[in-house]
Design a protein around this ligand. Structure first.
Ligand SMILES: Nc1ncnc2c1ncn2[C@@H]1O[C@H](COP(=O)(O)OP(=O)(O)OP(=O)(O)O)[C@@H](O)[C@H]1O
Length: 235
């Protein structure tokens, strides 16, 4: 698969087949194309070659999120209106509802449990727009967990989190793969939490990125690669 922007190819030489379920950590220098890859997978960016989700070509897929195939956590989710964290989280149940039907007590119970799992039950009634960046990130994760998608794309989900919550969140999203059978693609610059997880590592800064099983050695090799300056390449 090849993808990028006018005058700039960012994802090239990507030939891989992801096992499902699996946890996949995607690493790479700033600007190496991690978000670009997610934009391809979510149908927001055209690509050359073939990208298939459960056998279906992505460019032909309509509404993968609505069909329960994909759940996507972008790097920066924005909300411009006043809403409680709990109300935002319950919206993760939208697939199970008609456009106008109200959420039921059972939906709110699921939202409360999701907030509890990410460790922010105490924020349920707070106005989302008044939460800190890290608190907002945890609330988005709670919402995503209610979507019950087959594949989760997480764009730097621990970016704004403190050391404690970073570890918690890696444990949580890893459990979606290990215990719930989901496929989780998680871009991150946080290599410290990876060695204790099982799954795969994909380093988009390599000229020919490959899936490698996560181990202390593969994480260390990625770290050494990423400590070098990025190759700047235009096409
Ligand atoms: N709409 C766009 N048009 C042109 N170039 C873009 C566009 N969006 C992103 N880019 C460029 O593509 C490159 C890759 O961006 P991308 O967001 O995929 O990188 P990333 O690996 O996710 O980086 P980071 O680790 O900083 O989040 C960047 O140099 C960015 O400036």
């Amino acid at each position: 698969m090849v993808a990028g922007y006018p005058g700039r190819v960012l994802v090239r030489n990507l030939f891989l087949c992801l096992p499902a379920p699996a946890f996949v950590a995607i690493v790479g220098h700033n600007g190496s194309g991690k978000t670009t890859l997610f934009r391809v997978l979510t149908g927001q960016l055209p690509y050359q070659g073939s990208v298939r989700l459960f056998g279906q070509e992505v460019r032909g897929l309509r509404r993968a999120a609505a069909a329960g195939l994909l759940g996507y956590l972008p790097q920066r989710g924005r909300v411009d209106f006043s809403i409680s964290a709990r109300e935002l989280v319950v919206m993760g149940r939208y697939r199970h509802h008609g456009l106008l039907s109200a959420y039921a007590t059972a939906d709110y119970a699921l939202a409360d449990a999701a907030l509890q799992r990410v460790g922010v039950a105490h924020l349920a009634q707070r106005d989302f727009t008044e939460l800190s960046g890290g608190e907002q990130q945890l609330v988005w994760l709670a919402q995503l967990s209610l979507q019950d998608a087959q594949v989760y794309l997480l764009d730097e989900p621990t970016q704004q989190l403190d050391v404690y919550y970073r570890r918690q969140v890696f444990g949580l999203v890893h459990s979606w793969a290990k215990e719930q059978g989901k496929t989780v693609l998680c871009s991150t610059h946080d290599l410290d939490n990876l060695p204790e997880l099982t799954g795969y590592l994909l380093n988009l800064s390599e000229p020919e990125p490959q899936l490698r099983p996560i181990s202390t050695a593969t994480v260390q090799a990625a770290r050494e690669w990423l400590e070098q300056p990025p190759a700047i390449c235009f096409a």
